[in-house]
Design a protein around this ligand. Structure first.
Ligand SMILES: [Fe+2]
Length: 453
């Protein structure tokens, strides 16, 4: 079940281009997930390779550790000869250098592979100068462009007693490393392919569910827009014959907001607020609302209560409540002389300041029981002269240049054409309420309604 709040948060791009948007998002998600999985597989594989290599080297040192242990326990010529022979065997195979220390960490012997050079300096650089009981290192390092293993650690006798320390560098056969790393690369690629295959299998289901979700969202958005227009029209018809005032002020306000380059979300709130700005009049008694002639002070107080009633009504439904700034502030004036709070300047929400210009402009341009419409030039004189203090000067300056075009476009506008113009605005700012392709085809066939606002 989608709440109205969730609906208003539906991403516009998703509603505008649902298939492309969904596809792009899934591709982005696949790329991220594949990269993460492949990286994790690679890291895990490499750590396994290192563990295997370390294990292989460790096995080769078992005999050597036993000989060193025997020699350290009871040094004699024959044990020394056996140890040297084992060291020579090791350094003629994979070990490039082996250095032994006694139990106190003092150097005892060093054996290098015949012909190997540079390893003494490498061991001095990579291994601690004096091993201790707490240091054990098994680390892959690169020397002379070849993979090597650095080892540093204690040597124990068969009973577990410490007899000394050893540090060594072992050179791996490049072919062995490459074959193991090739295996890791293959596992990483297979992981990426598996993630891709999973996405490919899930995509049709996600696309199907997404289409259903979007259809529900569009239906709900259309219902919300319908509710908005119905409520606005209902209250407009209480004190007039048509909802044209609501349509016109919304058109004026949105055009002005666009001129001011307002954020899309703010314009959505402005549209909702424009439709509902006088909804509180539903609670105003007919004897006051429909009274001809002027109101006395008590009646004015009752009339002014429509702002508070309007706020009470719209705040009950979150989607409508997003227009509350206009409902609450449409009678506030920039100079502080408005109502109900007498807010001044920027303390009045921006969309209420914009709406106030549109509302007064339409009032001056319209027929009312107590007045005929003023000519356009007279309206502009009034807005920029005796009424100017009521309005935000920046907003008024932006409105005057577009007011002639708006006045001409909306003069003599009938309800059907005003409704068509308004639908166009609504579709622009509430993509979810846009008619589907079939409805748009019918509308196009019915004739051109487009008219510049
Ligand atoms: Fe009002």
């Amino acid at each position: 079940m989608h709440t109205p709040q969730a609906l208003t948060r539906l991403d516009d791009a998703l509603l505008d281009h649902p298939r492309r948007s969904l596809f792009l998002r899934l591709v982005a998600a696949w790329l991220v997930l594949t990269s993460l999985c492949a990286f994790a597989a690679w890291r895990f594989g490499i750590s396994q390779v290192d563990a295997q290599l370390a294990d292989r080297v460790r096995q080769e040192t078992v005999r050597y550790a036993a000989l060193f242990s025997a020699y350290a326990a009871a040094p004699d010529t024959s044990r020394k000869a056996r140890l040297d022979a084992e060291l020579a065997r090791l350094t003629s195979d994979g070990f490039r250098i082996i250095r032994l220390y006694d139990a106190d960490g003092n150097p005892a012997a060093t054996m290098q592979s015949p012909g190997a050079s540079g390893y003494e300096a490498a061991l001095a650089r990579e291994a601690p100068a004096r091993p201790d009981r707490h240091t054990e290192i098994w680390r892959r390092i690169s020397l002379f462009g070849q993979p090597h293993m650095l080892m540093v650690g204690p040597i124990h006798d068969p009973n577990g007693a410490l007899v000394g320390y050893g540090s060594a560098i072992y050179r791996f056969d490049r072919g062995t490393i490459e074959s193991l790393e090739g295996l890791v690369r293959m596992v990483s690629l297979m992981t990426a392919a598996t993630v891709l295959a999973s996405f490919a299998m899930v995509y049709p289901l996600v696309a199907f569910l997404n289409r259903r979700l979007l259809r529900s969202a569009r239906e709900l958005m259309s219902s919300n827009i319908g509710t908005l227009k119905t409520l606005g029209s209902a209250i407009a018809k209480r004190d007039g014959d048509t909802a044209l005032h609501n349509y016109r002020v919304t058109i004026y306000a949105v055009r002005l907001a666009e001129t001011l380059q307002l954020d899309r979300k703010l314009i959505q709130r402005l549209i909702i607020g424009s439709f509902l700005h006088d909804i509180g009049k539903i609670a105003t008694p007919d004897t006051v609302l429909l009274k001809e002639g002027g109101h006395d002070e008590a009646e004015k107080r009752i009339m002014r209560q429509h702002v508070g009633h309007g706020v009470d009504i719209v705040k009950q439904y979150p989607w409508l409540a997003s227009g509350v700034d206009v409902v609450a502030g449409h009678h506030e004036r920039y100079d502080g002389s408005g109502y109900p709070l007498g807010l001044k300047g920027d303390a009045i929400p921006l969309i209420a300041r914009i709406f106030a210009v549109a509302d007064v402009f339409d009032a001056l341009a319209s027929t009312r029981p107590y007045k005929r419409p003023y000519p356009y030039d007279k309206i502009i004189d009034m807005l920029t002269g005796e009424l100017a203090n009521q309005f935000d000067p920046t907003i008024l300056r932006a409105f005057v240049p577009i007011s002639g075009e708006l006045h001409a476009a909306c003069a003599g506008l009938d309800e059907a054409r005003a409704d068509a113009l308004l639908n166009e605005i609504v579709a622009r700012y509430f993509p979810g309420a846009r008619p589907d392709r079939r409805e748009r085809t019918i509308n196009a066939a019915a004739g051109p309604h487009r008219q510049s606002a």
